[in-house]
Design a protein around this ligand. Structure first.
Ligand code: HMG
Ligand code: MG
Length: 284
């Protein structure tokens, strides 16, 4: 029997953070509660970032207070600094995700810090976190400002995040431009510094290549993939990052291996469908 694939549902965070419409807190809570019934072990439910930078996530505290927590589901959130950690712990987040990038320009635009500054900022966050920490490396293949990023720029960031105590590293194709060859090449380099047990792959689906890339990742031994219900999403500081790979597409790409109930997932996607811009949600 083929090994289990774990899908981390990032729709409530990556899916909604870039949405121009205001999504009512009630709708976010209902969306997450419905996702909780679909079989995910982990749902990234919000972001404790600056509300001036990402207004859509300003109500994450409220969202975490109001969701119905299902046993066996970890509810995680993005944390950019110590203030974010404080806010996350206040509302009992189960796991945090810190984030940096392999490209300097993207990092400056996204978090107003160079890669080195961001790593220095994250070190105390990771070491003071009483809950497990995921570390994201964005623009690991292509940067919207700098173009192609070589693995030699990604690997040192992966190593730093692991050394500071991240238990999992999510490698991001932030604007969905990685090819299957890029995925192979980077994963070969990653395998020299870290077991794939600690690696997640985070594909955006701008050019329709995300499922193929995930299949290559799985063939090479990665077992965790991020996805967003209905394919909604994108990063506000990465022009050209429309949506994460749709969770529905990954569930179908790995039949019988994800434990996700497609009908319950469709019911969850339906809750936000009417609130997100048409072009940001993939027809299923
Ligand atoms: P800054 O302006 O340099 O920070 O932003 P600052 O420390 O000078 O603070 C500015 C103001 O923000 C202050 O308020 C702080 O108190 C407040 P003021 O005094 O002006 O009233 N502030 C906060 N408020 C609430 N919670 C906080 C917080 N921190 C500061 N945690 C900062 C630096 C990192 C805060 C900012 O740039 C930021 O929040 N950026 C987040 C951007 C973001 O969320 N991007 C999307 C997520 S990343 C992504 O999507 C990629 C990913 O999906 C993977 C992939 O696809 O590759 C993960
Ligand atoms: Mg993303």
């Amino acid at each position: 029997m083929k090994e289990k694939i774990r899908i981390v549902e990032v729709g409530p965070r990556d899916g909604l953070q870039n949405e121009p419409n205001i999504i009512p807190t009630d709708v976010k809570v209902a969306f997450i509660d419905a996702l909780s019934e679909a079989g995910f072990e982990e749902i990234e439910a919000g972001a404790f970032v600056s509300p001036k930078w990402v207004p859509q996530m300003a109500d994450s505290d409220e969202v975490f207070r109001r969701i119905r927590r299902k046993q066996g589901v970890r509810y995680s959130a993005l944390v950019p600094n110590e203030k974010g950690l404080e806010r996350a712990l206040e509302v009992k987040v189960d796991k945090i995700a810190v984030f940096t990038a392999a490209s300097e320009t993207f990092n400056l635009k996204n978090i107003n810090a160079t890669i080195e500054e961001s790593l220095n900022r994250l070190r105390p966050v990771v070491s003071n976190s009483p809950v497990p920490v995921r570390g994201y490396v964005s623009t690991a293949f292509v940067c919207p400002y700098e173009g192609k990023i070589s693995p030699s720029r990604v690997i040192p960031v992966v190593k730093e995040l692991l050394e500071m105590g991240c238990e999992e590293i999510s490698i991001g194709d932030t604007i969905g431009k990685a090819t299957t060859e890029d995925v192979r090449t980077l994963l070969e380099e990653v395998s020299k510094v870290c077991s794939f047990e600690k690696i997640a792959l985070h594909f955006h689906d701008t050019y329709g290549g995300a499922v193929k890339n995930a299949l290559v990742g799985a063939e090479m031994g990665v077992r965790v993939f991020d996805a967003s219900a209905g394919g909604i999403g994108g990063c506000p500081y990465a022009p050209g990052a429309p949506g994460n790979v749709a969770t529905e597409d990954l569930v179908r790409a790995f039949p019988g291996r994800t434990g996700i109930d497609l009908e319950k997932l469709a019911a969850a996607s339906q809750i936000v469908r009417g609130y997100v811009s048409e072009k940001r949600v993939k027809a299923q």
